[in-house]
Design a binder for this molecule. Structure first.
Ligand code: IFM
Length: 427
């Protein structure tokens, strides 16, 4: 049976991680541009990153060469809205040109509105600690859909709010419950605005970080694994704390005093997809300071330390489908490796090829059981700026030599191209 004919094979990225041009054409800084010294590894910055802002044509050409069907990117909020109520035409033009080039290349553009890079001006207003942020985000969402929704069908309000909450708290302090509530309200209000101003019926979702517990014969039944996957025990990092309110209109027990009935009318807007980033299984992560009986010395991992567990794809799809009955879009999945350009001027990355191969086989199992999976987006199209960890970690299909900005397609890029061309038949 295999993957459906219209399966969206793609790749993903985020503005702060690739664009650079942090102070050009009217853009104002985001919190990542002004990170205090000592926070980011080796005090690296994202001021230039992959210089995608100037090299986007070359990058779209690469995507076209790979035969991508979809490309998910995020918009830099402070590039399009550099100050309260101000819309920057040059910032807008950048995204309009990108969308047009993608469409011309036959690549479905997908937009994430907020992928960690809060504008500094919003941060100074109190950021997610302050209710005003909800209105500012809704205004931003409306501005973007007014400008691009006739051309872009897929929209994601936020990426991994589970991780953004602690990142924001680390910088700004404040009350986690207040930040949580404001982020959920911002998501809901944004969708109201987006649906009202859309130029066509949109497919909207919120991207969560997939904390999936996989089933293990003799150790963990499927029922138990599903229950643990959607438990509320991990605080704000758990999926359920975000997905139940937005997708099922349910308030987790622990949040009963935080979200009111009135809040829920805003937060729970109809969504079209369950969007999830999955890298490994939660039951195999080493928890610092805690004994994990499933982890062992030398457990296969990526460079960033994520356990190599292809089964996570199958169980994520299965458990999410059983709980929410929405088509699933894998908005991120990928492998960080110690890549370099070798003597033959190529980047040989067999580990990444094996990773993609095995994770996709696991995904195919879900598809063949009849679970609707809309697409798979590899993280990431390019090596990029990995937040607090800087540039050492390489997730890309395309190698970036940062001093020269030269792009080299890794072996895995060619492998993924062949997977796409065969619609997964060569797996
Ligand atoms: O680089 C990040 C991305 O911004 C969000 N998801 C996980 C990726 C790898 O750590």
């Amino acid at each position: 049976m295999g993957f459906p004919q219209n399966f969206l094979w793609g790749a993903a990225s985020a503005a702060a991680q690739i664009e650079g041009a942090w102070d050009e054409d009217g853009r104002t800084p985001s919190i990542w541009d002004l990170m205090p010294p000592g926070k980011i590894s080796k005090n690296e910055t994202c001021h230039t990153a992959c210089d995608h802002y100037h090299r986007w044509r070359e990058d779209v050409e690469i995507m076209k060469r790979l035969g991508l069907k979809a490309y998910r990117f995020s918009v830099s909020w402070s590039r399009v809205i550099p100050a309260k109520g101000v819309i920057n035409p040059k910032g807008m033009a950048f995204y309009r040109n990108l969308v047009d080039a993608l469409t011309e290349a036959g690549i479905e553009p997908m937009i994430t509105l907020y992928h960690s890079d809060l504008p500094q001006w919003v941060f100074e207003m109190g950021g997610w600690n302050d209710d005003k942020c909800v209105e500012e985000f809704a205004f931003y969402a409306k501005t973007m859909t007014e400008a691009l929704s006739d051309k872009v069908k897929y929209w994601f309000t936020m990426n991994e709010p589970q991780c953004m909450l602690p990142d924001f708290q680390e910088l700004a302090g404040g009350d986690a419950t207040q930040i949580y509530r404001n982020m959920l309200l911002a998501h809901g209000k944004a969708i109201q605005e987006m649906r009202a101003s859309a130029g066509q019926p949109l497919k909207i979702g919120m991207v969560v970080m997939g904390m999936v517990v996989e089933a293990l014969p003799g150790i963990m039944t499927e029922n138990k694994a599903a229950e643990m996957t959607f438990s509320d025990l991990g605080g704000y990092m758990t999926m359920l704390r975000w997905t139940d309110p937005i997708l099922a209109g349910k308030v987790p027990e622990s949040m009963k005093d935080v979200l009111s009935e009135e809040d829920m009318k805003i937060i729970c807007q109809p969504l079209d997809l369950f969007c999830v980033n999955v890298y490994g299984s939660a039951n195999f992560y080493d928890m610092p300071g805690r004994d994990n009986p499933l982890s062992y010395p030398g457990i296969p991992k990526s460079h960033i330390g994520m356990p190599f567990r292809p089964e996570c794809m199958y169980y994520m799809a299965k458990f999410a489908w059983e709980r929410y009955h929405l088509p699933i879009l894998f908005t991120e999945n990928g492998f960080s490796n110690i890549d370099f350009v070798m003597m033959d001027e190529k980047v040989h990355d067999p580990q990444r090829i094996d990773y993609i191969h095995r994770y996709l086989l696991s995904l195919r199992r879900a598809v063949e059981e009849g679970i609707p999976v809309e697409g798979y987006l590899y993280w990431s199209i390019l090596d990029n700026f990995e937040w607090f960890k800087g540039y050492d970690l390489r997730f890309g299909l395309v190698y970036i030599d940062y001093p020269t900005q030269k792009r080299t397609l890794k072996d895995s890029a060619f492998y993924y191209r062949d997977v796409i061309a065969s619609n997964g038949e060569i797996l």
